[in-house]
Design a protein around this ligand. Sequence first.
Ligand code: ADP
Ligand code: MG
Length: 249
Amino acid sequence: MPQPSPSETASSHSIRLDAVTLVRGSHQVFEGLTLSLQEARIGLVGDNGAGKSSLFRLISGLDQPERGRVVVHGCDTQTDRGQLAKHVGLMFQNPDDQIIFPTVAEELAFSLTARGETRQAARRQARDFLARRGLEAWAGRAVSELSQGQRQQVCLLALQISEPATLLLDEPFASLDLLSQARLAAQLEESDHQILVSTHLLEHVYDFERVLWLEQGKVRADGPGREICEAYAENVRQRAALERGRRDA
Ligand SMILES: Nc1ncnc2c1ncn2[C@@H]1O[C@H](COP(=O)(O)OP(=O)(O)O)[C@@H](O)[C@H]1O
Ligand SMILES: [Mg+2]
């Protein structure tokens, strides 16, 4: 059966935030945020602390809104938690926040047992999955002996093996060398999942159909990747010039 194109996949899915207020610790990150996210590829850009990771935590059900609702492919993240794993998966900014198990195969197998596979079947599928990607040697490797970039790759594999409809990738390019970035970009391009990516490397979301620029918990701009990336980059240039001017004065 032919695979659906990314836009077909995305049109059958939707993520909605209705008037969401999120508080983390003593800090109110979002206040009354309303968003509808349906496109196949959506980028998130914005300064550190803008709210990119917080938005992903809300969509993946890790954090609950203080007020308002988050609905992912028909599942309310508060009331339908059990269903959420098949709809959405989050790749953390820091792989060490995500990885639980000592070996690569065990970590991948966990994604499957979390979705109801038996341990034995999950282990076998994890090894087959790695072998199909030419990574059979990784199966028994200790996660602690992998580089940061490799651990990030394990996190992505752990998401991909369980095939959630939507992948949330939080700064996935941050610790990758240039070749690994190119490989990941190509992989994302080929994927038929809905993919949301936060990044400071704007070239990776430049061609996305939609990019959100977050600023202090608000959507400062929302539109085609090219337009939003250029506006954000120009804003950063202006702020940097202002700071230089102040230093030189
Ligand atoms: N664990 C936390 N406890 C309290 N506040 C937090 C926590 N993590 C992040 N924040 C705050 O939430 C806001 C958004 O942070 P975050 O979503 O991590 O931004 P980004 O991913 O865009 O850098 C920031 O003001 C940050 O200080
Ligand atoms: Mg972040």
